[in-house]
Ligand binder design. Sequence first.
Ligand SMILES: [Zn+2]
Length: 343
Amino acid sequence: MKALKFYNQRDIRLEEVAKPIPGDGEVLIKVTHSGISQTQVNEFMEGPYLINAIPGDAGLGSDELIPGHEFGGVIEGVGPNTDSRLVGQPVAVLPRISCGDCDNCQGGIENLCANLAYYGLVGAHGGFAEYAVVKRDNIFPVGSLDTSLYSFIEPILVGINAGRQIEDRLAGSKILLLGAGGVGICVAAVLKDYFGADIVISDFLPFRLQKAAELGIKTLRSEELTCEYDIVIDCAGSDPASQNAALLESFDYVKSNGIVLMIGSYFHELSFIPMSVIARQVQLRSSFAYDSFAVGKLNEVLETLEPDFNLLIHEIPLEDIIDEGYFRSEVDKGGFVRIVVKP
Ligand SMILES: [Zn+2]
């Protein structure tokens, strides 16, 4: 089968590899949708940071990982001790793999598992391939849900996890979210529709802002922003098209005693003057991936979500993933929100 392989920074290759065989308790998925997130683009440009960070985990060597952690498709086969009635089911992949035994797993914060792996990102092959094998526990039956949702299930889980980090302060708060990419829009949608938050999204890229507006989310242009928010969420992360870091900009828009919530990924140092944060008693919080509580809430959250995620998708074939996927993501962020690979 065809698959993209991540060798190193700026070294990804589309190769012919053996079709994977599902093992005990695993399923074989014919991948139909696989989203390219900014995290993957950053791994390519500035990493590897998460990719290959734990060599050998999940049985995979220290290089040649098949990336792609936001994907889904149709189950085509099952391994031993796995219900054969799963064959034919459309599923999204829940990419987090946690051990279940460490203190954090036992405490219900499986996203912080001491032995964390992640399909397509940490120690296990992902969805930029014609087929993928994942554990039975890592599939989410999408049933009659629109297929456009396949590559947004993971970002929606990220949104649920993010909401829980600020749940104590949501009531009556004005919230600003920076970064109208796929993750940013999903997080904003979950906060608005499920948590009932008063949220506005901003991005310096007009196309992305327009798409967020089409999905029913309140928007503001960068030049309209002022320091009036109780909570500012950075979903932009590292951005090659801008010298500004949204995380540092967040401090400009958060009121005293407010919260800055970090979600976006950065792979380089940022500098700021801590006293400017301390003297205003701004809290810095972060949200990473998602825990089992978020998975438990997924169906309930999906029922509340109003946006038509089809509006965010720009589809490309797997053959074009390097030029029209990764390289385009680096130089033309203003022309799309979410590139989805269709192997
Ligand atoms: Zn664990």
